[in-house]
Design a protein around this ligand. Structure first.
Ligand code: COA
Length: 332
């Protein structure tokens, strides 16, 4: 029997309307546009405003786009994997809420958390259900409302993050397109360098945790940077090497958008010209689980069937890795 691959057949994205510029951040914390631009490459980020709006509200339009673009009915969706670090609630899973709001009445689903690497891990997981022959239509969402856990008095973190959502539909193919290879890792080294200290089972919410501002993301940027830059480049090179990809034969690098300097270093190590690197950090900042699908969404019209893409990420945990995807369709 021919091998079944999981190919991406549609891409969707959503960013909120509100634009938080570097100029506005200058009025909130002691920072400036020049510092933020040269250290990170970020000019602005989107923020989800509105009382009671959660991450699932950004995923709903993404799921609707995926259904529409692929001519699928909601009841045909078998599985929805919702990767996020900022779910609507600790439980129930945001996958349940998004499925209800979009009428995915026959789907099973769950949330997946691996910080900024979540989308890559969810893509890997979703692909396995297709490759096994079990399911025909799997939605993989990457979405985060980072503004819900950012301390807008902490200049080292508030300048980096933004809100957004993206996603893909996976379907079976017997072509050699779709997810071809992957290399992923976790370690516990990142625990002390990037975390939200309270609100989990170790330090449940209390007056003390709130007063100590422990329900916000804390980051030791210098250390995170050091690990991110080497691990993202190494994962990319590993996947390129074992699939015989070079700077010439690789068409696109789709890097997690955490810091432009990390992206530039990875591209340089892979011997890739600037035009082959997807970049939207300047307008969205780091949207955590959403960066990679939002890149695919922004660049979809430039992708051609057969293009070689390497998707790579690094995030809290630490978590990191790279996936090799052969693009399955031409622009409409
Ligand atoms: N505006 C102005 N100055 C700032 C600032 C800001 N927003 N944030 C920090 N600074 C200051 C620091 O206080 C420090 O001042 P000092 O030298 O007087 O102590 C100086 O700038 C340098 O700080 P440092 O933290 O060393 O800067 P950096 O070059 O490492 O850049 C980050 C900071 C956060 C941009 C960078 O470390 C980074 O991108 N890290 C990785 C982030 C990441 O990838 N996170 C997500 C993982 S997926």
């Amino acid at each position: 029997m021919a091998t079944i691959n999981a190919k991406i057949t549609a891409v969707g994205g959503y960013v909120p309307d509100y634009i938080l510029t570097n100029a506005e951040l200058e009025t909130m914390v002691d920072t400036n546009d020049e510092w933020i631009t040269t250290r990170t490459g970020i000019k602005e980020r989107r923020i989800l405003k509105g009382e009671g709006k959660g991450v699932s509200d950004m995923a709903v339009p993404v799921i609707q786009q995926l259904l529409e673009k692929s001519n699928s009915q909601p009841e045909e969706i078998d599985l929805v994997i919702f990767s996020t670090a900022t779910p609507d609630y600790l439980f129930p899973a945001s996958a349940c809420i998004a499925a209800k709001k979009t009428n995915l009445v026959n789907a099973f689903g769950f949330d997946l958390l691996a910080a900024c690497s979540s989308f890559l891990y969810a893509l890997s997981t979703g692909a396995k259900y297709i490759q096994s022959g079990m399911y025909k239509k799997v939605i993989v969402i990457g979405a985060d409302k980072m503004s819900s856990i950012i301390d807008y008095t902490d200049r080292a973190t508030c300048i980096i993050f933004g809100d957004g959502a993206g996603g893909v539909l996976l379907e079976p193919t017997q072509d050699r397109t779709g997810l071809i290879d992957e290399w992923h890792r976790v370690d516990g080294v990142g625990e002390e360098f990037l975390l939200m200290p309270a609100g989990g089972s170790k330090h449940p919410a209390s007056l003390e945790t709130i007063n100590a501002r422990q329900h916000f993301a804390k980051q030791d940027g210098k250390n995170v940077f050091k690990y991110a830059v080497t691990n993202m480049a190494n994962a990319t090179l590993k996947v390129m090497e074992r699939n015989g990809l070079t700077g010439d034969s690789l068409d696109w690098l789709v890097p997690h958008q955490a810091n432009k300097r990390i992206i530039d270093y990875t591209a340089e190590q892979a011997n890739l010209s600037k035009e082959k690197v997807m970049l939207n950090i300047q307008k969205y900042g780091n949207t955590t689980s959403a960066t990679i699908p939002l890149c695919l969404w922004d660049y979809e019209k430039q992708l051609k069937k057969g293009d070689n893409l390497v998707l790579t990420a690094f995030g809290g945990g630490f978590t990191w890795g790279a996936s090799y995807v052969k693009w399955a369709y031409d622009p409409n």
